[in-house]
Design a protein around this ligand. Structure first.
Ligand code: ATP
Length: 312
């Protein structure tokens, strides 16, 4: 059983079904990506998983506790960073953290220690005395995440943490997310409509669209859902013209396009072997300058499975 079990969750607003029988399981230490376009149901699922909203059917079990029956046991394990920034503008970064620390029941030396650690983690130690109103959107977002980490939660949930922020803050968020996952084994749930972020950060992925599961599993599993093909890009110097014909006749090669020395291959993962390809190139006098293997991107997966782009 995973640390987090979501079982057959359904949510309706009047007649509108916004989550349709969603089930998933998240292991301790995972970085779990929940992705889908605007209005797909990501925030609604997060609100149900954290006990902020009730579902119309199904259940959420965290560490063996039902969120409906033992909400406090569940909530103390979670740090939630909501989509809307929740901070006090008129006071300093430190005072904001102190306020949230009190809410978690922290005080005295322990609170000070946790505030220092959280400020360092999100890269805002030098801004501790500055008032929030002077902060950029990205700095506010980082501080908001720091607030959610003060009680050292076992699970950190971030709902679209990089929307509308500067690249520097975005990189900070990636770096410290990876750090707390690695060093503290914190389980991360990360929602986004930026496929490339999730692709970079997450090991398990759930793609949701119009309240329904589109794909779910490890990155590898999801990518293999749409294609048995891999792409290979080769840069080859000094080869003779017949080489392309010889490559095309190799087992497992479905396509071979030559663009002035940049050779693009589409190969069947099951049947293709690298060795015969290298031999053919060598026997035609070609010299390989570079060779790259490419998998389909998550964006391509989404397009293949839904017929639409994630961001139109
Ligand atoms: N309080 C509400 N009342 C009625 N409908 C709602 C409510 N909250 C959300 N919805 C609807 O539920 C659907 C899912 O919304 P949700 O905010 O969960 O999507 P999302 O994937 O988080 O999108 P975004 O990336 O835009 O935040 C949308 O159609 C939305 O209009």
């Amino acid at each position: 059983m995973g640390l987090i079990e979501v079982k057959n969750i359904t949510k309706r607003f009047d007649e509108n079904i916004v989550l349709d029988n969603i089930s998933l399981s998240i292991d301790e230490g995972d970085i779990f990506g929940l992705i889908g376009p605007n209005g797909a149901g990501k925030s609604t699922l997060i609100k149900i998983m954290t006990g902020l909203w009730d579902s119309n059917g199904g259940e959420v079990i965290i560490d063996g506790y039902s969120i409906k029956e033992e909400p406090l046991k569940v909530k103390e394990q979670i740090g939630l960073v909501p989509q809307e920034i929740a901070l006090f503008e008129g006071i300093s970064a430190y005072d904001n953290l102190e306020f949230f620390g009190y809410l978690y029941g922290l005080k005295g030396k322990l609170l000070k220690k946790r505030i220092d650690e959280a400020l360092e983690l999100v890269g805002l130690e030098e801004k501790r005395k500055e008032k929030m109103e002077k902060f950029s959107g990205g700095m506010k977002r980082r501080l908001n995440i720091a607030c959610a980490l003060l009680h050292e939660p076992r699970i950190l949930i971030m709902d679209e943490p990089t929307v509308g922020i500067d690249p520097q803050s975005r990189n900070h968020i990636f770096e410290f997310t990876k750090k707390i996952n690695k060093e503290n084994n914190t389980t991360i749930i990360y929602t986004s409509h930026y496929m490339e972020e999730v692709e970079m950060l997450c090991n398990s992925i759930f793609i949701i669209d119009q309240g329904q599961e589109v794909a779910y599993g490890s990155k590898k599993t999801i990518k293999s859902m749409i294609s048995n093909n891999d792409r290979i890009l080769l840069e080859v110097l000094d080869y003779k013209g017949e080489m392309i014909l010889a490559i095309k006749s190799l087992t497992g090669v479905n396509e071979c396009i030559d663009e002035n020395g940049l050779i693009k291959l589409l190969v069947d993962k099951k049947d293709f072997r690298l060795e015969p390809l290298l031999k053919v190139i060598e026997s035609h006098g070609g010299q390989i300058k570079s060779i790259n293997f490419e998998e389909p991107s998550l964006e391509e997966v989404f397009l293949a499975l839904t017929g639409r782009r994630l961001r139109d």
